[in-house]
Design a protein around this ligand. Structure first.
Ligand code: SF4
Length: 257
């Protein structure tokens, strides 16, 4: 059955995907994936030289899997100044980076100007550097704090220099999973709404999936189907879309060196 499903080239539904996940031959899957890639873009590959900047580790939320965040008064908490962020971007640019990837905790107090100044400062210092910044949950926090819509907030950030959005915070797009693992954080519907809005405005975004932390195979499949459904809508509109999918393995704190 698996071979038939795979070779037909049909779109997978939940049941087919489950069957493949549990029993397909990995080598056969790999060959099909390679054939598909070759048919789309031949032997061309793309890469970017990218520098990550984490402007703060202070966060309003306490996701169970997170070893990064700190409360504001906790030892090790930090917030970079705008100048420090711009300086790191300038150093990255001088070292050959073509993109910065800027994400942080969901800080309770940083102003809208702080975020805009980061973007405008980098845009001015390094006009050709592509700025991918702020996950959906950070965008929701920024918009809520200033009492503006997601759309207006994203438009202003784009005017300041935002070029794309990373895909963090999706975890596993399942309401029950969020209830269990990060109950206070904006959930799957809100994550998808931010990306849908960004796509409508013409922004490219990434999609992620945190795997290896308490999710089931069915959770993974539903996650992928929800991403695919949004990608279908975005492709129809012909503006922004998911540019790539990044599976993120959960790394237990003891293994982080
Ligand atoms: S929102 Fe992000 S930074 Fe904050 S606790 Fe969750 S995973 Fe960590």
């Amino acid at each position: 059955m698996e071979a038939q499903i795979l070779d037909s080239g049909a779109r997978l539904d939940f049941d087919c995907a489950m069957a493949l996940y549990e029993s397909a031959d990995l080598w056969h899957l790999g060959r099909l994936a390679e054939n598909y890639t070759l048919s789309r873009q031949g032997r061309q590959v793309y890469y970017s030289i990218n520098r990550h900047i984490n402007y703060t580790n202070v966060c309003r939320f306490q996701c169970r899997f997170c070893g990064f965040s700190r409360r504001p008064d906790q030892a090790g908490a930090y917030v970079m100044t705008v100048d420090e962020v711009v300086s790191q971007a300038r150093t990255a640019c001088g070292g050959g980076a073509c993109e910065v990837h800027i994400v942080g905790g969901v800080h309770p107090d940083l102003s809208f100007e702080y975020y805009k100044d980061i973007l405008a400062g980098i845009r001015q210092a390094c006009p050709n550097l592509h700025i991918k910044a702020f996950t959906a949950v950070e965008i929701i926090n920024i918009a809520e704090k200033r009492g503006a819509s997601l759309e207006d907030t994203l438009k202003e950030l784009m005017t300041a220099g935002l070029g794309a959005m990373p895909g963090g915070g999706a975890e596993i797009l399942d309401e029950r999973y969020f209830q269990r693992v990060c109950p206070n954080k904006p959930g799957p519907r809100q994550w998808l709404a931010v990306h849908a809005t960004a796509h409508r405005l013409g922004l490219m975004t990434n999609a992620t999936m945190l795997y290896g932390y308490q999710e089931t195979t069915a959770d993974r499949i539903r996650h992928l189907l929800r991403l695919r459904s949004l990608q279908d809508e975005s492709l129809q509109q012909g503006k922004g879309k998911f540019l790539c999918f990044v599976p993120l393995p959960y790394i237990p704190p003891k293994m982080i060196v």
